[in-house]
Design a protein around this ligand. Sequence first.
Ligand code: SF4
Ligand code: SF4
Length: 222
Amino acid sequence: MKVPRQADLACGNWGVIGPRAGKATFIEVCSEKGANLVEGAVKKGVLATEAANPKGLEIRGKVEGAMMKLGEKWRKHDFESLGEGKDRLKKIMSETSRCIKCFSCISACPICYCVECTTKNPTYVTPGQLPPNFMFHLIRYAHIADSCVNCGQCEELCPAEIPNALFMHAQQVELEKMFGHVPGVDMELPLMAYVEEKEERGRLRNTGSDMIYENVFNPVIK
Ligand code: SF4
Ligand code: SF4
């Protein structure tokens, strides 16, 4: 996605040409809320608007198309470098073996929001062990892969230069093929795994039964 039209306003400089180049912002108004925001700002005198230049519009479309193609090309290239199946798993295990468990990938992720992080549960991830056992990364993949928006933060901030975003995004693409949920675009919840964290953790502790996986994957496996 190069122009986020699922947002209320998409702002940028593609399409700003002529004397306005470098001085104005191209705004795509994508919702009523966005329209009200712009209108309100104009009324308050903090924003001046004018219709987009038709030539600029055409250029904007062309730049967007070219960038989409470039993005697709690089995604293909990056996914190919991961290999398939067991090779991919081996690659992920090898790269993540550099992890120093700094938690940057967790604290920076816009999708990670659990109050009680399972990666800090000693049953799954042995405290004080570096690199952490692979479960540390598996927990992240299991929790986030259906919702990853490929923002890149987990990779950008990783001191061990582990390509975390690439790994997660590659898994998200597979899940999207299976379940059709497009994170960051679909306003519905991904899959069917909505639970209240506190109650679900209490239930898990009491019963040991993972309802999320039973509900979500059993219908698929059957
Ligand atoms: S940011 Fe990198 S080193 Fe830190 S916990 Fe995540 S994967 Fe490990
Ligand atoms: S790329 Fe995905 S997993 Fe990484 S921080 Fe962004 S949303 Fe989270």
